[in-house]
Design a binder for this molecule. Structure first.
Ligand code: CU
Length: 434
């Protein structure tokens, strides 16, 4: 028996926070995946047919607090299956939202609950992990914000979603998602891109936290921010030990960048192009904040991330295939170590808490954004020194990137290119931990 739509919506008010024992708070949210129409292009009167959550694209911002239990009830009101993945959260394997690996496909008109305790504060997102190239391109995404236990000293906290869409002149999505030419090249790309701001006001002199999320299926955004000055404070949800200066920012599909900035003018986000820029969005200032924060921008509180230690094992994972990539042993367009698509057995099995150095070698003519589920990993620089702690790393065409990962989370975890066309074209595998 399925709950009828009205009945479900009646219970799906905003987040409920129920008191619990001690200091624990329990956050519960409801998400309804459904077809929607939305004004995707500001200034035009057409409405775009998409998929969304709770009637909107992007889906509602889920806000919770680090270390507190979160429950999200997902209702599938699509006439196709779905599954929701909580990107970047180090959660129990059964909650990871990957059909055929961690759960069944969530059938139409059913409800599935996900429950986990986010161990790290930061900027995350949720998105469909079923038929994901198409469902993400059609809009099944939303931000998942895990707040720090103590308040961060900013005037505003703004989540900005970056994405692109392929649209016709009537503003409708062109559904050529799996066009084979794009799969074998840089992936399905839009002809229109935008930074989506929340309905927030900023003032000259504000200190603002900006949470950038790239939800595009394939597009890497090189960005220039104007009107603000400050520091990068986190990548992929994880606090940097020392806030970092920035000029341009490169954000690959699925990556997040948190900044703390002081506002001096209208906030403008431009995408840098080879010969100029494209304006992704602008948040105009209104009035002035006369109580400016003048203290230096401090690091966010440390996460519970594992300390880097020397590896027990070293492996190589080679990205192969695609146009101009040469021959490889896989039977789809892309492969990892000569194997295309999800193998019946894991590509590697790790003992729990094993620390592994993985050399990600890109033999192909395109960049890839490799994402590991259930863990973050350290990027190693060319001298082998430990760098940023991320869940998605961008590897340039014909380049390589070494990573160091402590596989401390038991279960079956996907490892795949987050350019979702490449993942669909075979660049995906999984590892088993514990
Ligand atoms: Cu790729």
């Amino acid at each position: 028996m399925t709950m009828d739509r009205r009945q479900f919506l009646a219970t799906s008010a905003a987040a409920t926070i129920l008191p619990s024992l001690g200091s624990a708070k329990y956050y519960e949210h409801n998400l309804v995946a459904e077809p929607i129409v939305t004004s995707l292009v500001p200034g035009y009167d057409f409405k775009t047919e998409m998929l969304g959550f709770n009637g909107s694209f992007p889906g509602p911002e889920i806000r919770t607090q680090v270390g507190q239990p979160l429950k999200v009830n997902v209702r599938n009101n699509l006439d196709e299956g779905t599954a929701v993945h909580w990107h970047g959260i180090r959660l129990p394997n059964a909650m990871d939202g990957v059909p055929m690996l961690t759960q069944d496909i969530q059938e139409p008109y059913t409800t599935k609950s996900y429950e986990f305790v986010p161990p790290d504060a930061g900027t995350y997102w949720y998105h469909s992990h079923y038929n994901s190239l198409e469902q993400v391109a059609r809009g099944l995404i939303g931000p998942l914000i895990v707040e720090e236990a103590s308040q961060i000293d900013v005037d505003e906290d703004i989540t900005i979603i970056l994405s692109d869409w392929l649209m016709n002149n009537d503003g409708q999505l062109i559904e050529e998602f799996s066009d084979m030419h794009s799969v074998a090249h840089a992936g399905f790309m839009g002809n229109y891109a935008r930074a989506i701001f929340p309905q927030t006001k900023i003032h000259m002199g504000d200190r603002v936290r900006l949470r950038l999320i790239n939800s595009a299926t394939n597009r890497i955004f090189p960005l220039k921010l104007s009107g603000v000055e400050g520091k990068i404070v986190a990548f992929d949800g994880m606090a940097l030990e020392t806030p970092r200066d920035f000029e341009d920012i490169i954000i690959a599909p699925a990556q997040r960048v948190d900044l703390i900035v002081d506002v001096s003018d209208n906030l403008i986000i431009d995408q840098l192009l080879r010969d100029g820029f494209f304006r992704l969005g602008e948040l105009p200032i209104e009035g002035e904040n006369l109580q400016r924060k003048v203290s230096p921008i401090e690091a966010l509180p440390k996460s519970t991330k594992p300390k880097p230690s020397s590896p027990n094992r070293e492996l190589e994972l080679v990205m192969m295939g695609g146009a101009m990539g040469g021959a490889h042993g896989g039977d789809n367009i892309w492969s990892l170590n000569n194997v295309s698509d999800m193998p019946a057995q894991p590509c590697e099995t790790f003992d729990k808490n094993e620390t592994v150095k993985i050399k990600l070698v890109n033999q192909t003519a395109f960049p890839h954004a490799m994402h590991l589920h259930g863990h973050h990993f350290y990027e190693l620089n060319d001298n082998g020194e430990v760098g940023d702690f991320r869940d998605t790393t961008l590897i340039g065409a014909r380049g390589s990137q070494d990573i160091l990962c402590c596989f401390d989370n038991p279960g079956n975890w996907m490892l795949h290119c987050h350019m979702l066309s490449h993942s669909m074209g075979g660049m995906k595998t999984w590892v088993k931990v514990g």
